[in-house]
Design a protein around this ligand. Structure first.
Ligand code: ADP
Ligand code: MG
Length: 237
């Protein structure tokens, strides 16, 4: 099934991606011919039961896991054809990740964590530090800049993770159950932050979520059903 989000100039082209795992008996097929086109400025939510392959799909789009077959093209580049080092650079520059658990480093401050994507490949210049501070303000953590993750609430940690994902102005932001560990009020806050992000330039956002409420805020909702990516009609809530 091909889901075209309506723009001939898609910046992300996922074409007929399948993923299976070898097992002792027959291969376990998780994703079957999943295709998705996305253009800058578009956002999409992916819902589906636990174990349906949502994280697997996101990991492939995020170039962290290679598909068994099919192709991914981001901004005209086929990431899986890059050498390992080039792929790491490409991913760092173009893709921002937000995971269910913030993945902040406990020994670093909020600012240092937010700067990680730039210090991984060189020194944080004054301009980067300025941008880090600005993003921290934008996610509402201006008074937590020098706190460590352990001194923050769950919602604040996730907001720091969102700021970190935005650091390098990525074209693509991938969020895997970003509100899954939060209480309802914080989940709503982080969800609204993600969807309403005042980004510096048009960005593509793909969010995997269990929450129909969060999914309903996205332009499109897709579902993975028995390994196949299909359109999902949101239910009333
Ligand atoms: P979701 O994010 O929708 O909960 P996942 O993408 O994490 O689902 O997992 C989809 C399926 O793939 C699950 O049934 C899981 O057990 C299986 N799976 C994930 N990783 C592996 C692996 N390394 N080897 C075999 N099966 C795996
Ligand atoms: Mg998952």
């Amino acid at each position: 099934m091909f889901i075209d989000l309506g723009d001939a100039m898609a910046n992300l082209e996922v074409n007929s991606v399948s993923r299976s795992y070898e097992t002792r008996s027959e291969p376990l097929c998780i994703l079957k011919d999943c295709s998705l086109n996305l253009s800058l400025g578009e956002n999409v939510a992916i819902v589906g039961p636990s174990g349906s392959g949502k994280s697997t799909f996101l990991q492939i789009i995020g170039t962290l896991d290679a598909p068994s077959s099919g192709t991914v093209l981001l901004d005209g580049v086929a990431p899986f054809e890059l050498k390992e080092k080039e792929l790491a650079l490409f991913r760092n520059e173009h893709i921002g990740f937000v995971f269910q658990d913030h993945h902040l480093l406990p020994q670093l401050s909020v600012l240092e964590n937010v700067l990680l994507p730039v210090v991984a490949h060189g020194k944080a210049t004054d301009e980067w530090v300025e941008r880090g501070n600005e993003l921290i303000e934008r996610v509402g953590l201006g008074n937590r800049t020098h706190h460590r993750p352990g001194e923050l609430s769950g919602g604040e940690r996730q907001r720091a993770a969102v700021a970190r994902a935005l650091m390098r102005k990525p074209k693509l932001i991938l969020a895997d159950e970003p509100t899954g560990s939060l209480d309802q009020a914080n989940a709503r806050h982080v969800g609204e932050l993600l969807v309403g992000l005042p980004v510096d330039q048009p960005t593509m956002l793909i969010t995997v979520t269990h929450s129909r409420e969060l999914a309903g805020k996205f332009q499109r909702q897709l579902q993975i059903e028995e390994g196949v990516l299909v359109s999902s009609v949101p239910t009333e809530h």
